[in-house]
Design a protein around this ligand. Structure first.
Ligand code: ADP
Ligand code: MG
Length: 370
């Protein structure tokens, strides 16, 4: 198998004083894949990206790109290109010269302008090659920065929150373009974001970080559907986290919620009686009714918010547990039997929809911490 664009992080650590911004990170990122790194502000995403780009040196550990140890190889000689968040275009150069600039540094002659124009055409700006950056919209400036990063034919393109300066409409459009570009070029993209839907939509692999550590790295479906820890479940969203204590262990696990709820599900991890556990149930797997709460896998609650979302209705409950609890009901179900503020309801789910959270990171995973 070709190793072009493959990245191996081998116990990569970067300390600033006593603080490890990136702490012994081990990871393999497949060549030609689209990888998104996500986590709250300050968790070490940029530091890790900058180490891959060569703008920062690890305190310890190794980085291999395409099978070669590049830990101490200079930026520009390791087959990577980094696109900055603020684009950093040269205001006094037209688009062609902006994009050709890295080639000029590499001593490429007159042909660099032809190559720059080709690359501008690739990002749909071929007709603007003679304009100055100030004559462009934010989205267009971003595409120029992208063309300039790609002009050196990197094996790996590194993008640090590339869409965060754009408005919602442009962000969604550029997201499609990034995916198309990665598909066309077949090179590795590593894209740092703090927007969960962006990571899930784009990535072949999502890396969820917290405090300099990788909390979970997997296909987005796995991250979303089978979060490793309460932190990942809360941070990525779409889940309810329920706390309980194991009562009996057998063919099925019986557990009791803090305020007396009863839960039963198939054993999935080595659990023992008396153990405090947390599990996740997806918001779209919850059903609500006004029956009794006695049954297993049910939780009483009071409706505290109802939001129509088009294809589904978001119903938020106050439950005996302190944690946020939300059901996403198919809109036809909801309107056949609508719930209102203050209604006393019972939330129910199937035992097979329980995802045991084996990781111990229980932080709030506040997605808005940024
Ligand atoms: P993120 O990109 O996830 O927001 P960063 O990688 O920028 O996080 O930062 C991770 C941690 O390292 C933070 O605590 C930050 O303050 C610290 N840090 C980053 N760069 C430096 C630096 N040059 N000097 C000192 N501390 C730094
Ligand atoms: Mg950052």
């Amino acid at each position: 198998m070709s190793k072009v664009g493959e990245i191996i992080l081998d116990k990569v650590t970067r300390k600033f004083g006593a603080v490890a911004a990136v702490n012994a990170v081990d990871q393999v990122i497949e060549g030609g894949s689209y990888c998104c790194m996500i986590g709250p502000s300050g968790c070490g995403k940029s530091t890790l990206l900058r180490m891959i780009a060569g703008h920062e040196t690890p305190t310890s550990g190794r980085i291999l790109i395409g099978g070669k140890d590049v830990t101490h190889v200079r930026t520009g000689e390791r087959g990577t290109a980094l696109m900055f968040q603020n684009y950093a275009l040269f205001p006094h150069l037209n688009l062609t010269d902006n994009v050709a600039f890295p080639l000029k540094i590499h001593g490429v002659g007159a042909e660099r302008r032809d190559r720059a124009r080709e690359m501008l055409a690739r990002v749909q700006l071929g007709h603007m090659a003679d304009r100055m950056p100030s004559q462009l919209s934010g989205g267009q400036q971003q595409r120029v920065a992208l063309a300039r990063a790609l002009i050196t034919n990197p094996q790996v393109l590194l993008l640090d929150e590339p869409l965060s300066a754009l408005d919602e409409f442009l962000r969604l459009r550029m997201r499609v373009e990034l995916k198309r570009l990665q598909n066309d070029l077949g090179i590795t993209f590593i894209h740092v974001t703090h927007t969960q839907p962006e990571a899930i939509a784009l990535a072949d692999k999502v890396i969820v970080m917290d405090h300099g550590l990788i909390e979970q790295a997997a296909h987005p479906r796995e991250i979303y559907d089978r979060p490793h820890s309460p932190y990942v479940a809360r941070f990525m969203g779409g889940q309810n986290v329920v706390s309980a204590r194991v009562l009996t262990v057998g063919d099925e696990i019986q557990a009791e919620g803090a305020e007396g709820g009863r839960f039963a599900f198939a054993p999935r991890a080595a659990l023992r009686e008396g153990q405090d556990i947390r599990f996740a149930v997806r918001r779209d797997k919850i059903r609500l009714d006004q029956g009794q709460a006695r049954a297993e896998n049910a939780m009483p609650g009071k409706v505290i918010n109802v939001e129509y979302q088009g294809t589904f209705v978001k119903v938020e409950l106050a439950t005996p547990q302190a944690e946020e609890f939300v059901a996403h009901l198919p809109e036809s179900d909801f309107f056949a039997n609508p719930f209102r503020f203050g209604d006393e309801v019972v939330a129910r789910w199937q035992p097979q929809d329980v995802c045991m959270l084996v990781g111990t990171n229980n932080s709030a995973g506040d997605a808005l911490a940024h």
